[in-house]
Design a protein around this ligand. Sequence first.
Ligand code: ARG
Length: 588
Amino acid sequence: MNTVMELIAAELKKAFTDCGYDESYAKVTVSNRPDLCEYQCNGAMAAAKSYRKAPFVIADEVAGRLADNTMFETIESVKPGFINITIGREFLAEYLDKMAAADKFGYSLNEEPKTVIVDFGGANAAKPLHVGHLRSAVIGESVKRINKYVGNNVIGDVHLGDWGLQMGLIIEELRDRKPELPYFDDSFEGEYPKEAPFTISELEEIYPAASAKSKEDEAFAKRAHTATLKLQSKDPACTAVWKHIMAVSKQDLKKNYDNLNVSFDLWKGESDAQVYIPDMVQKMIDDGIAYESQGAMVVDIQEETDSKELPPCIVRKSDGAALYATSDLATLVEREKDFHPDSYIYLADKRQELHFTQVFRVAKKAGIVKPDADMTFLGFGTMNGKDGKPFKTRSGGVMRLESLILEIEEAVYNKITQNRSMTEEEAKATAKIVGLAALKYGDLSNQASKDYVFDIERFSSFEGNTGPYILYTIVRIKSILNKYKENGGTMDNLSVNAAGSAGEKNLSLALTKFADMIESAYAEKAPHKVCQYIYEVSNAFNGFYHDTKILSESSESLKKGYIALINLTKAILEQCIELLAIECPERM
Ligand code: ARG
């Protein structure tokens, strides 16, 4: 379906041409003076120069041509040469009916679908998920869903950090705690136990303890480093412990991601890429891309147009240990082989910018991906506390994701139980859904690259640009529709009214912008565009609701038109929150 903007542009093109001007001047934008008009065309201003005429004369001619066109309620030239447009009400109603009947409300992708890899989540095995990982999961899930929605073939990969020093630390800490285990008996020759020698809570406690110890105890730090190298060179005992760590940790991570309503098509990790490293690095050496520097192998990435100096990318350390960048490069080798992706989107803290610049450039230079491969690093900002510093627990520690979720659930629970009568059970279940929505919306409504302040009070408020406000709007519509049906109303043959009030027209117009919004949220990989739109639609709905008696309207046909309009509003809002991986309760 063409967007309203495209339809207006088509009419304007005809009018410009009919009046003897080039159609390229017929550009339409959403009005930046909504008090004066809904759309505008400033083409006459530009045309004036080429045609040596006063802009107003051109605008007047063009607008005059379209005076009787039913697509417009008004189309006027105003000095010095703008064309101000408001949309015809019949036209608008018909357009909305078409949207309601169309697949994806009339949105369609205007390019061939692509295969897209979204690398997000990025949890580190055996370390608890903390709020730093929240953004990656929440934004990545939405970017993934937006890409799926437009019709791309999307593969989401959690890309676990499962091959680093944390493994050596855990192995050595375990040795100190349980030296009797067979993994630490060099003469052991049997089969290692199937059962993990720790539970997830033990594991969660082991890592921070080991990490702290390594900072104080140099010998321990050395042992951990050696154990990591041994694991990376396939030592059977270290590998056996590693497998236990992975199994226990993955199970827990899955649970956590499930709770966030975040899912992955692939559960690959850095470890899966290791087999590709030797050949990959050798080829870089053979091709003369990688060279030796202080015992390490490095690749230059500096380009002429860079404004600052960028350090070379180390692809092999002098001790042969795997590096973060090497793993990411080898992962690309694997992904190219398995999926031939058209594009890559990576989510990580924006402080990892240099890392991704290095990886992308080396990958192109080494021919791992095509020279013009479409690779995006979507670096996100930090979630800060009200003091403007990275968010911490009350006692100053790093906040665990689970605790954070509990805190916001509690805030929402208190709000719900203050104002409404609900059974304890329902209030709890509702608080879970709404709390998560508050958290996600609070995050997603900001441009991803920006830092933002985590403010429980504001995020859980039922007013303003918040998750609860949006959900409350949807719940309100659901309740009106339910009452309508209870009173015998039918949902057959719904058709929107030619808008009467300003509120009705405003809501109608907002709904028509769905496809434009999807287009820009997709092109810019920007979930906050979905949030902006949801907020606009919700406000428009609440404005309409405020000044319209929907269910008590005496004219049946008017009432049914209202129902058609709010039913479409609900469908669009529900689709939008799904793109953000936010759910809506039945009541709240
Ligand atoms: N595990 C990393 C971290 O916690 C994030 C991984 C991001 N993805 C990637 N392909 N490097 O910082």
